[in-house]
Design a protein around this ligand. Structure first.
Ligand SMILES: Cc1cc2nc3c(=O)[nH]c(=O)nc-3n(C[C@H](O)[C@H](O)[C@H](O)COP(=O)(O)OP(=O)(O)OC[C@H]3O[C@@H](n4cnc5c(N)ncnc54)[C@H](O)[C@@H]3O)c2cc1C
Length: 452
């Protein structure tokens, strides 16, 4: 790319406009995932809506692709050219307790929303990590530790301010640009840059939640017992099970250091007595190495999974499972159990079968994966992660192919593609053509190549 675009951006943008080698460039493009290079020709640190408009219009005029980054938790593919707009300066959070909504800038992480809403006795529907960006999470649908009681995060997305691929600023919500709002709820690749979102908040006055950690010798029995138990789980209870190879390093608590353990996460809104009763069959599966189940403030729900908060080179892959009957536990343990020869440091199953369609308070959406009863997730860490992960994930997916759901939620698929119902995919394509006719945002799924 010639320097003309960078010069034009510098002339029209208030925030920093940086090219490789410029002071501050490395910090501006830095992503949470260090496995893939993020080295655009120019990065625009948007300081407001006008900067985003200028960046989109200039990228379009110059025929250059534009991408968006908030935190880089979703950085899965290398970015080595074009324009990157970073949103971290769009950091406003405004709470309206009367309407139980929050208006949130595109650069905000969940932790900041939780902090501001909790003082009003309200919380957003979040994922396992409050370090993740609000907009990226919602664009993929967003499944968290309260998935079964509260649905997808994007079920609560009621409005958005978007700079479309043509550089227009539109307000989606209240019946306006309904197709765009529909696409932003789970369609993943947006046909524009979202600059702010409006979210409905919920009340979770009581929560019984945490994790039971079981040592290696109990992994198989607990996993089998938990999978069978999920068929009996009440509608409010969300659980997940991750087999984790704990590294032998000081930051890991002594009883877990260097061990392969199963972390059984549990969350149930409601009084502690009811939570204890619901969790009793899980506690009875085996003696726990650590028992962290207790009443928990909903604002602290990111403690349930205890996700990492330090940037690292990571590759993740995943899929949805239609069910886990008919020998799934055998296939899963053979493929990724504690004694399997595979490169993943964490393998996770989340029970997500949403029992209550009424949780879809925000109306219709483009979420993929509502047909899945479980999600599976695979995580590799280290400099070789991006090289090793895809092939190893393909072997795991082959082993569990009979159980795979038709759809795959993009947030839970990581570096593997999300899969939507054909009618939803076609409607997403139509919305993208309307709002980003020149595909400046690169949101369009490429036409299949005709092999003949
Ligand atoms: C540790 C960890 C835990 C996670 N836990 C969960 C979980 O519990 N549930 C779940 O559903 N997902 C989870 N995820 C996945 C996560 O929700 C997605 O990776 C999400 O895309 C991250 O968004 P981000 O803004 O933080 O990341 P980024 O990498 O900054 O953004 C990801 C993508 O979102 C798009 N995007 C971001 N901002 C905008 C914008 N303003 N306008 C248009 N497009 C934009 C871009 O395409 C960008 O490439 C987790 C990921 C990690 C690493």
């Amino acid at each position: 790319m010639s320097s003309t675009l960078a010069d034009a951006l510098s002339a029209h943008v208030q925030g920093p406009v940086l090219v490789p080698g410029a002071p501050g460039y490395d910090e501006e493009v830095a992503a949470f995932n260090l496995a893939v290079p993020i080295r655009p020709d120019v990065v625009v640190g948007a300081a407001g809506v006008a900067d985003v408009v200028a960046a989109v219009r200039l990228a379009r005029e110059h025929g250059v692709p534009l991408r968006v980054q908030a935190t880089g938790h979703g950085a899965e593919r290398p970015l080595t050219s074009g324009v990157l707009v970073t949103t971290r300066r769009l950091d406003e959070v405004a709470v309206d307790p009367a309407s139980r909504t929050a208006t949130v800038g595109a650069g905000v992480r969940w932790a900041a929303v939780v902090e501001r809403t909790a003082e009003h006795g309200l919380v957003p529907v979040v994922g396992s990590s409050s370090n993740v960006g609000v907009v990226g999470f919602l664009l993929g649908g967003g499944l968290g530790p309260l998935a079964r009681s509260h649905g997808f995060g994007s079920d609560r997305l009621v409005g958005a301010t978007v700079v479309t691929g043509t550089g227009e600023v539109v307000e989606a919500g209240d019946g306006e640009h309904a197709d765009l709002l529909w696409a932003l709820r789970g369609g993943k690749a947006a046909p524009g840059v979202v600059v702010a979102v409006r979210l409905a908040l919920v009340e979770v006055p009581d929560l019984y939640a945490g994790a039971l950690v079981f040592d290696t010798e109990h992994v198989e029995a607990v996993l089998r017992g938990w999978l069978a138990w999920t068929a009996t789980a009440d509608d409010l209870t969300t659980t997940s099970a991750a087999v984790v190879r704990m590294p032998p390093i000081d930051v890991v608590p002594e009883p877990l250091r260097g061990r392969t353990v199963l972390s059984l996460r549990f969350a149930r809104p409601g009084p502690a007595d009811d939570g204890e009763r619901a969790a009793a069959p899980l506690r009875a599966l085996a003696p726990a190495l650590l028992d962290g189940l207790a009443p928990l403030a909903a604002r602290d729900s990111d403690r349930i999974h205890g996700d990492p908060t330090t940037p690292a080179p990571v590759w993740t892959g995943g899929a949805g499972l239609a069910h886990v009957r008919d020998g799934f536990a055998d296939a899963w343990l053979d493929a990724v159990g504690p004694h399997a020869d595979q490169p993943f440091v964490a393998v996770e199953l989340r029970h997500v079968a949403a029992p209550v369609p009424a949780t879809r308070t925000a109306g219709e959406d483009a979420v993929a994966g509502r047909d899945a009863a479980f999600t599976l997730g695979l995580v590799t860490v280290g400099p070789e992660a991006a090289g090793v992960g895809p092939g190893a994930a393909e072997r795991v997916l082959s082993a569990v192919r009979p159980w795979l759901a038709d759809e795959a939620n993009p947030n839970m698929s990581g570096g593997l593609p999300g899969r939507w119902r054909p009618d939803v995919a076609a409607r997403l394509d139509a919305v993208r053509r309307r709002y980003d006719p020149d595909d400046v945002l690169g949101s369009r799924v490429p036409e299949p190549v005709d092999a003949g």
